[in-house]
Write a protein that binds this ligand. Sequence first.
Ligand code: PLP
Length: 390
Amino acid sequence: MFQFSDRMNGLSANAIREIFKYLSDPEMISFAGGMPNRDALPAEILNELSERLFRDKKIYSVLQYGATEGYLPLRESGIEFVKRVGIQGIGLDNTLVITGGQQGIDLTCKIFLNKGDCVLVEDPTYVAVLHILKTYEAKAYGVKSDADGINTDDLEEKIKRYHPKFIYLVPTFGNPTGKTYPLEKRKKILSLAERYDVVILEDDPYSHLRFGGEPVPSIKSLDTTGRVIYNTSFSKIISPGIRCGLAVADPEIISKLVLCKQATDVHTSALSAALADGFLRGGYLDPQLKKILPIYLEKKTLMREAIKKYMPKDFECTDPNGGLFIFGEFKSGKCADDYFKTALENKVAYVKGVDFYAAGDVHNSLRLNFSNSTNAQIDTGMKILGKIFG
Ligand SMILES: Cc1ncc(COP(=O)(O)O)c(C=O)c1O
């Protein structure tokens, strides 16, 4: 009866959104989504900021339609914010307020990709990117990953072979692995992108969630040719529900993103943007990070300990200094997908590693989120998984 577009062929719900269906069960222990801890959501501060906004006459401009580029004060405070990752010397015309980092990825695909175009991703990569690429009928090719992130020899070979429109990377506390690329690797990636004239989409929702190690400058901060699009998000450090982030790029790229964003949602909610702006300008971010980072470090440490205690010996996992995820692989090649249903039946959710691979052909891994469970749930949940995989 319905004549859907060709692009709907082969498109199914993103694996994580599917798992959300099971998470309404109050007994479920979820290591699945990438949600901040409930205690990390700054409800009281946001309440105070919104009360202040509504007391002010300026609220009427926030409640009105606005420019597609986004709420001006947030574009200004965003310029200050990205200095934290080393991005200097940018102006308003380098910025666009986006409806979460996810929209930055979607709009980048929209302005660059024709049907059949190719994008390189680290294998494994953020699952939603694979989903978004399908909606543009583009092809994702996976590049091998080393302990410290994408393998640059394989990257070069695949740039030469596939001529990608852009390379999508999460270089800091990547999703799903939690890996962070060292500075030398970032420089090498940039020099390859320059040599072969490729754009980079640097997706960075996690770099402020650092609870160990030393900060590394963003790839964008090293970019002198304007080929890096930098996407940041307030989801993991303020609230995912406000759906607000910032894209930083060359003005020519921003103007194209703006054209497409106008068609998509006119502009990001100015109310959300005003809350994010109030949070940044009010100096709430550092105390917020000071509060949540020790909690996340504790949870990551507990999860690593529980993995060691309960999971089979051949299960090797990452040990990130930040972000929200641990990624583990069965070195014996055991298929993690086979146990997924049993885990859900036993009230523990994880994400199958296969969903993060461009070709969907690696089956021995799983992603575990540590931020959203209580400490007791981390121990109980890993004990259950240990029994299932044992
Ligand atoms: C790597 C990465 N990029 C983008 C996003 C999207 O985040 P949001 O749209 O909430 O900013 C996420 C969310 O989990 C993510 O992990």
